[in-house]
Design a protein around this ligand. Structure first.
Ligand code: ZN
Length: 244
């Protein structure tokens, strides 16, 4: 599943925004599975996944309406300990997710799995065996896995840049020298997916600084919580409920 991530790159890094990084290009990508739309989930689990954000606005969104067993599942895997000192109620978590940065993609996945299992429907896509893509044959898969190990990351440096990881990886923001500058840019250029709601600089700064404190890129692996509008360069965490 795709997402967005922050990378530290040289300040004079010139790879064009929107262009897939050469080190991530490959001729061995599998085709997207037509049965599960590349999510690797069975139809019932995919429905739960689709309903989580409810992009089609069918009124089925549940990201801010989780149940106690789902809140417990998050707590058990240590996902809420940063924001709660003791195990929260579902109502507390829903209040928190509604008014803050909300659940990231790790939380989302835990929630979907917990709900699907409780309903007794959890399972992988039978067509692609949960691989999300379709390989032509065993040789294709072997070449792909071999190539994955060889993919080359961009050079590291002091600059801050947001990348998308949905199409294997390309920059989506300019390179900035400081988190403040990146947050500044995001505030003016980033809206929540499908809306014209903007994210405040403070929220962006929180996000970037969590990476700086931990030094762990996965700490800011924002996954599918960010969506890019390539036409305008807009990116935004869709985990935040639009306040319309
Ligand atoms: Zn599939």
């Amino acid at each position: 599943m795709g997402g967005r991530t922050l990378k530290r790159v040289p300040l004079d890094f010139k790879w064009p925004v929107g262009e897939r990084w050469w080190g991530y290009m490959g001729y061995f990508f599998p085709a997207k599975c037509p049965a599960c739309d590349g999510e690797g989930l069975n139809p019932a689990t995919k429905q739960i996944s689709d309903d989580y954000y409810d992009f089609d606005r069918k009124g089925t969104q549940w990201q801010h309406n989780i149940t106690q067993d789902e809140a417990d599942a998050l707590w058990e895997v240590g996902r809420l300990t940063y924001d709660f000192k003791e195990k929260p109620t579902a109502a507390q978590v829903n209040e928190w997710s509604h008014h803050g940065m909300g659940h990231d993609c790790c939380n989302r996945w835990t929630l979907i799995k917990t709900r699907a299992k409780r309903l007794g429907v959890y399972g992988e896509c039978e067509y692609c065996n949960g691989e999300e893509g379709i390989f032509g044959d065993a040789e294709h898969k072997r070449l792909y896995l071999e190539w994955c190990e060889k993919s080359v990351d961009p050079p590291e440096g002091p600059g801050f840049q947001v990348w998308e990881t949905t199409s294997e990886g390309s920059p989506v923001s300019p390179v900035f020298a400081t988190p403040e500058e990146l947050a500044d840019w995001c505030e003016g250029n980033v809206s929540i997916f499908g809306t014209s709601t903007f994210i405040s600089k403070a929220e962006w700064l929180d996000f970037v600084k969590s990476y700086e404190e931990t030094g762990d890129p996965s700490a800011i692996e924002i996954g599918s919580t960010l969506v890019v509008k390539p036409s305008t360069g807009f990116i935004g965490p869709i985990a935040i409920e639009p306040k319309e």
